[in-house]
Design a protein around this ligand. Structure first.
Ligand code: RP5
Length: 164
């Protein structure tokens, strides 16, 4: 198997049903990934080791998902120069708004590119776009993906109007 270019990490295996859409999106573009559960508060040593060795192991982008007081993406970003994409996970009494703020509101100097609450598909796409900057074949696939999306919308329009 090729060295994974994207690392997907999440605070709990309970996040996986949502996070797996990021893995599926990467797979649909032929981008290899690895998946790990680790937590900034339950297994802080693992988060430290993972982020500190990610670059040397060949990862290019990290996707980090967490819910509640979601500090995982920020902690990971603190220990690497790789781009980190954060996915706030819905759940708890605030239903993901706490995770959104915790992930997106990183202080200046340590950015986390945050997607919408639960939007693992966009996290996967953003990772593909980042890799695409240096990978023309991937950029071609992204063009085809956008074209396909346009065709779908136009076909829906044609169908709606044909039924009038
Ligand atoms: C966060 O706490 C995890 O990312 C998860 O979204 C949330 C709840 O975790 P579990 O109690 O389901 O393990 O750290």
């Amino acid at each position: 198997m090729a060295t994974p270019r994207v690392g997907i990490i999440m605070g709990s295996d309970s996040d996986w049903p949502m996070v797996q859409k990021a893995a599926e999106t990467l797979k649909s573009f032929g981008v290899e990934c690895e998946v790990r559960v680790m937590s900034a508060h339950r297994t802080p040593e693992d988060a430290f080791d993972y982020s500190g060795t990610a670059e040397a192991r060949g990862l290019k982008v990290i996707i980090a998902a967490a819910g509640l007081a979601a500090h995982l993406a920020g902690v990971i970003a603190a220990h690497t120069v790789l781009p980190v994409i954060g996915i706030p996970v819905a759940g708890g009494p605030l239903n993901g708004v706490d995770a959104l703020y915790s992930t997106v509101q990183m202080p200046s100097g340590i950015p986390v590119a945050t997607v919408g609450i639960g939007n693992a598909t966009n996290a996967g796409l953003l990772a593909v776009q980042i890799l695409g900057v240096e990978d023309p074949a991937l950029r071609e696939k992204l063009h085809a993906y956008k074209t396909g999306m346009k065709e779908k919308v136009r076909a829906a329009n044609a169908k709606l109007n044909a039924s009038l």
